[in-house]
Write a protein of this length. Structure first.
Length: 135
């Protein structure tokens, strides 16, 4: 994300097929790939319907650094983030893309650009997987 952070790995704990009112855990590992930032960043995890990406089923905005603010991160260390994704009880059955983006917490409309390890730009978010809300 930008020239600052790299998501090393991620894992969904729980079944990606959930009933309304269900939940899954998202665990991710991150590293700093630049100089230490002088500001703290937020990780947005969003589940959206592919045909309506502006209407989020779930959106979690929380510090990227679960236990240590990103302004205190150092190169050479792995940092973990864990969050629970609660499916709303009123959720309609369907497929929802789970995506991540990273932004400076005071500028939520200006996320860092995401790219692959070989430099291919992905836009301002990364697709992780699809959540299936079933009846």
């Amino acid at each position: 994300f930008g020239d600052t952070f790299r998501m090393v790995d991620w894992q969904i704990v729980g079944d990606v097929q959930q009933n309304a009112c269900g939940a899954v855990q998202l665990h991710s590992g991150w590293e700093l790939v630049s100089d230490q930032p002088d500001q703290d960043f937020t990780l947005a995890t969003v589940a959206v319907a592919p045909d309506n990406p502006t209407d989020a089923l779930v959106q979690i905005d929380a510090p990227l650094g679960s236990s240590l603010e990103t302004s205190q991160w150092e190169r050479g260390y792995l940092y973990f983030n864990s969050r629970q994704i609660d499916i709303p009880c009123e959720a309609e059955a369907g497929e929802y893309a789970l995506i991540n983006s990273v932004y400076f917490y005071r500028e939520p409309d200006a996320p860092l650009l995401a790219s692959t390890d070989d430099g291919n730009e992905l836009g301002n978010s990364t697709y992780l997987t699809t959540l299936f809300v079933v009846e």
